[in-house]
Design a binder for this molecule. Sequence first.
Ligand code: ADP
Ligand code: MG
Length: 276
Amino acid sequence: GEGLPRPAATRVIVVANQKGGVGKTTTTVNMAASLAMHGLRVLVVDLDPQGNASTALGIDHHAEVPSIYDVLVEGKPLADVVQPVHDVEGLFCVPATIDLAGAEIELVSLVARESRLQRAITAYEQPLDYILIDCPPSLGLLTVNAMVAGQEVMIPIQCEYYALEGLGQLLRNVELVRAHLNPALHVSTILLTMYDARTRLAAQVAEEVRTHFHQEVLSTAIPRSVRISEAPSYGQTVLTYDPGSTGALSYLEAARELAQRAVGPGGSLVGQQRDG
Ligand code: ADP
Ligand code: MG
């Protein structure tokens, strides 16, 4: 694909919202594939025990597969668990297996329990432009590990009633992590998902979100699309499943916006400090 600006250092983006079913996983894999198809090198870290991001990328994640669990709990290097995504050049995935369901509790008694993912990412030497972390629908230690490892939080918001409910808690957690563990962390991006242009409610919710967070909201909204929801059952993103669909085009456009955006107020994208 055509080039997008390559960040001078890896942008690590935490895709979070403690609500389930708002489009975190769909956004993670499709944004990641879009960035890769624009010529960038991208790693998806599946941090949800359900392993939906792994499934959607066609990555084997049965119980025996080396996974993010081994990295977090056993201290295995990230390089030992990264797998290439077959049909998208430049896209890689660290799968999650069902083991990860226990990690939330196992991590509690481990040294540096909040920063185990951050350490693994820092030690990973392959050049990457983006790391997208797909979080579980909770604000426990897995999500905290993601927030310590990243600089940016991307929040997908489903355009329906109650969309903003619970967001306060997410924002407070971002603040807590920023204050105590990771001064670089900030909400850089909000993406409206499953947008149905025909309903008044979707338009109202979108309006409300844009009023609250005008700077962070991408101008591209992702429409509700059957093609987007079908793709994972073929182990594909919508970008390869149906490249010409409105769903695919909207994720390509959202990814272009993300890549072209100035760095948010937290400012500390490591990339800003390095030259070319
Ligand atoms: P989360 O990771 O936040 O739980 P998912 O990304 O798994 O949410 O999305 C929840 C469900 O909605 C999935 O079945 C997914 O296929 C579907 N979905 C997500 N985005 C869209 C969309 N733009 N259009 C249609 N269905 C979608
Ligand atoms: Mg998910």
